[in-house]
Design a protein around this ligand. Structure first.
Ligand SMILES: C[S@@+](CC[C@H](N)C(=O)[O-])C[C@H]1O[C@@H](n2cnc3c(N)ncnc32)[C@H](O)[C@@H]1O
Length: 271
C-alpha cells in the first residue's frame, strides 16, 4: 500500500480486488465475513521492526495496533521489547490467528487480541499506536489520536494524515513509515513568572503540532515568541527582549508549565 509507488486510483482498484477475492474465499467456505474498511495486507518484517524502533517501544509501553491482522506488530513488540499490548481487528479469523501466533511465540500473557471495530476501541491506555490503514481512516482517527496523552507515539505504515506533519518519515523496502508524537494541547492564555522579570502573559495558538505564541508584558508590549516548539509535553521558545534573547524550556502538565531558561526557573499557569 505504498502511496509513493502506485497512483492512487490504481491502488484503490487493486485493493478493491483483494477485498473482493477475500469475500469470494469466505463465501466459498460458507462463513460470514465482516465488511472491512481496509483489506488484510501484511506489513513486511523489516518494516515492522523499524516501526517499533521509531515508536521507541520498551517494556513499560502499551502498544495498540489498529487493524492488527495476524498480530505481527504487537507480537514482535512483545517478543523483542517486552511490550504489552492489544490488537483489534474486525475479522474474527484474524483474531483467532493472532491469538494462536502469540501463544506460539510465548507472549500470550503480554497481549490481548479482540474482534472489534477500531473506532470502538478505547485508546486511552496506549503509549504507542500502530496502524496500516487507508488515508481516510487515518484522518477519521486523527481527532481521537490528538486526545491521547501527550508523548504518545503514533506510527503509521503507508499513509500519513494530511497537514499534520510527522516528526519523522522514512522509506523502508519501498514502504513509507510515518511517526508523530502527540503534542500537549497548550492553546490559550498563560501567566508566566520568571525570576528578575515582571509577570507576563503568553498567548498561544496551536493547530496540530504547529504552535505560535506572543508574550504580552504588563506595560502592553508584545513580543513574538521565536523558535517555538512543542514535542509531547515539552515546550520551548525564545523571546528577543531589550536585554537580549531569553530562552524558555519546560514541560506542560495540565494547566501548569514549569522549566528553566536564560532567566532561571520559570512557571506558568493557564488563565
Ligand atoms: C492492511 S491490514 C494490516 C494488518 C497488520 N496491522 C499489519 O500491519 O500487518 C488492515 C487490517 O485492518 C482490519 N480492519 C479493516 N477494517 C477494520 C475496522 N473497521 N476495525 C478493525 N479492523 C479493521 C483488516 O481486517 C486487516 O486485518
Amino acid at each position: 500500500m505504498s502511496h509513493s509507488s502506485l497512483p492512487f486510483p490504481l491502488l484503490r482498484r487493486g485493493l478493491a480486488l483483494v477485498v473482493a477475492s477475500l469475500f469470494t474465499a469466505a463465501s466459498a467456505h460458507g462463513a460470514e465475513r465482516p465488511a472491512l474498511d481496509v483489506p488484510y495486507i501484511k506489513t513486511p518484517p523489516a518494516v515492522v521492526e523499524r516501526m517499533l524502533e521509531l515508536g521507541r517501544v520498551g517494556p513499560d509501553d502499551y502498544l495498540i495496533d489498529l487493524g492488527s491482522g495476524d498480530g505481527r506488530i504487537p507480537i514482535a513488540a512483545a517478543v523483542k521489547h517486552g511490550t504489552r499490548g492489544l490488537g483489534v481487528d474486525l475479522d474474527p479469523e484474524r483474531t483467532r490467528e493472532a491469538t494462536a501466533l502469540a501463544q506460539e511465540a510465548g507472549v500470550a500473557d503480554k497481549l490481548e487480541f479482540r474482534t472489534e471495530n477500531l473506532f470502538d476501541t478505547d485508546l486511552s491506555q496506549a503509549s504507542v499506536i500502530t496502524m496500516y490503514l487507508f488515508p481516510e481512516i487515518n484522518l477519521k482517527l486523527r481527532p481521537h489520536l490528538l486526545a491521547l496523552k501527550p508523548g504518545t507515539r503514533i506510527v503509521a505504515h503507508a499513509f500519513h494524515m494530511d497537514e499534520w506533519t510527522p516528526d519523522h518519515h522514512e522509506v523502508v523496502e519501498g514502504r513509507d513509515i510515518f511517526m508523530w508524537t502527540i503534542p500537549a494541547q497548550i492553546a490559550g492564555l498563560w501567566r508566566v513568572k520568571a525570576p528578575g522579570h515582571r509577570d507576563f502573559v503568553m498567548r498561544i495558538w496551536q493547530t496540530l503540532n504547529d504552535v505560535r505564541a506572543t508574550a504580552i508584558t504588563l506595560d502592553e508590549h508584545s513580543i513574538p515568541a521565536m523558535n517555538v516548539n512543542v514535542q509531547g509535553s515539552h515546550f520551548r521558545y525564545t523571546l528577543n527582549t531589550a536585554e537580549g534573547p531569553l530562552n524558555f524550556e519546560g514541560t506542560v502538565q495540565g494547566a501548569r508549565m514549569k522549566g528553566t531558561g536564560t532567566a532561571g526557573e520559570w512557571t506558568a499557569e493557564r488563565m
